[in-house]
Ligand binder design. Sequence first.
Ligand code: PEP
Ligand code: MG
Length: 758
Amino acid sequence: MLSSLRSIVQEVNTAKDLKAALDIIVCRVREVMLTEVCTVYMRDPSLQRYVLLATEGLNKAIVGQYSLAVGEGLVGHVAQREEPINLEDASSHPKFQFLPDSGEEKYQSFLGAPIIHHREVLGVLVVQQTKRRRFDESEEAFLVTVSAQLAAVIAHARATGAIARLPGMPVSGFESVKFTGVAGAAGVAIGTAVVASPPADLHSVPFRSCSDPISELSFFNECVQAVREDMLYLGSKLSHQLGSGEQALFDVYVGMLDDKELRKEVSDRIKTGEWAQGAWSAVILSHVQTFELMEDPYLKERAADVRDLGRRVLAYLQEANHEVRKYPDNMILVGEELTAAILGEVPEKKLCGLVSLKGSSNSHVAILARSIGIPTVMGALDLPFTQMDGLELIVDGYDGIVYTNASKEIYKHYEDIFEEEKLIARGLESLRDLPCETTDGYRIPLLVNTGLMADIVRSLDQGAEGVGLYRTEVPFLLKDRFPGEEEQRLNYRSQLEAFHPRPVTMRTLDIGGDKSLPYFPIEEENPFLGWRGIRVTLDHPEIFLVQVRAMLKANEGLDNLQIMLPMISSVPELEEALELIYRAHDELVEEGLQAELPPIGVMVEVPSAVYQAAELARRVDFLSVGSNDLTQYLLAVDRNNAQVADLYHSFHPAVLRACMQVVQAAHKEGKRVSICGELAGDPGAAVLLIAMGYDSLSMNATNISKVKSVLRFVSMEQAKTILDRVLELESDRHIREFIEDSLSDVGITRLFRSGSSY
Ligand code: PEP
Ligand code: MG
């Protein structure tokens, strides 16, 4: 059954529309399960009824004509109970309701499984048989698995509006299409979608048309010819090293490129006005799939060759197009998995919004987007992104929503918010040169998190009092090789100079997790628990030492550097890192460097570091809490996974208690303690953090004035009273509500929009 399941999934995923997908499901499930009937019922959201939309075995004339309410009949019963129902004799069940004109009277056994997506019952999948029998466990499991697959297909169709166009689906007035993801960076953007397609990725080529099919066709032929020549050249170059088997592979590749049928399929699509990249990728992917579906293991393996060849030609097609790429003003970059490197490639001035299918609010690209103030939606999993190029989009970065084909009312709603945002920003500008001080005179430095060059200007504009976290990996991500010592020195020097005499806290390279360098790939099953941060650099002292040397040299004559170590999880790890830093400093002093050893700190972002905060603090000059990772590791919720985004709670009592414990431990050792995770930039959390005793807060530039405007409105006494009560509360939701109520009691009403959906 497993291989049948795989092939059903593949067929469904390539179906041309939802109707075809449903027909494939009912036909194939009936065949594989050897039943007489298979039927799909789908929920009509406007009527809250389950409509019969596809069947194999029942009278097809009733498709779209018949529906059941929740709890009505066996189908409604499955939907209500949200679990499979398996009956040997359906007609004796009290819920049984006979479908008139369906022809189902002869069927006795019934197995129905709910189709559930994100806890919502979207439909019911049913099989029936004349013979009285109970379906066995493996059959039940099979139907449940098919339902889960179907759920994703239906959710996608619902999001694109394809459901409304289904014959028989009585949904009316469906206009705007809304995709829900996760709020990545606050704000609203209205603009034109540009699909980001990483090099040679056959799956992410946007759907686009070409204006001149004749020249597009000759361009395609040139690219195929170029790959053909590459193959012939490679084959002859390696001819003495390769055996005849491997050598034959080059001939196979050339043969595929010469294949008339393959070329014709692509040419036919181009002649209808599709651009070469799209035509080539679609044809290649369908051939890959054909090979993958083959039973013969040898032929199955050939799928990899076709894919490889596909990528090679695509790379040529993309490269030639690269230089002529024109970006529209007010561009919204849409991609399967946006990264810092992709961001670096587009003109920043034109960029007004970001949408990523993968990733979540604490993915690094979302953090970067917040730092440059670009409204962002992450985890928009159902977005058919390759079909979005050139569409007008609205990005609601407050609620994590993307609209296409929006109605006039929706446009008006978001244009109003856009204007309101401008007013708020103007109001906050006046705070720039005022200190961050509570009403009873407590000063708390607000530092900034940086990474991109553009952050420097923005941070200074916002009145940042120094850098609490410079993510040094960001410039590494934008390169195509490790930057050398002098290149790094110049980069660090410009950061130190820009903020001088204010402190700049540079974190040593923190790669791994969702930050992998294109030229140093790390492939792991579980990257957030794997080779990350200090673990990588301790294994590669040559990389670590070059970086530390560059930092120390950049600091000469300025003396505002602080070095910070990421992902420390034990004392020996810290001691090893410290040894390397001391060694680099000693060597530089011997070479003539005139600079003291700068303050060194540790990031507390792993639970073990919370429990050993005192031992760590004793060995360094300061601690800084990385609440982004600390939240993910304490709650066991991947920060990069949109599926569990609603479990990622930075106000979880465990996170707040951990933050409290770290301050107490650091202060007991007489050491400074800061916090540089996104929590510090939340105005409500900032009130708690100053009450806990944090010596400084470090956040993205955009939030500095928001946090300042709240902290200048409360007294330390009020903050402590709020904290005392918060520490007694038992859930994230209660804590958030309590903070909001308490701030409104002291006169701070909803200063910042946190929800805006239409
Ligand atoms: C953190 O984990 O809180 C942190 C500041 O580091 P990053 O987000 O870069 O992992
Ligand atoms: Mg971190």
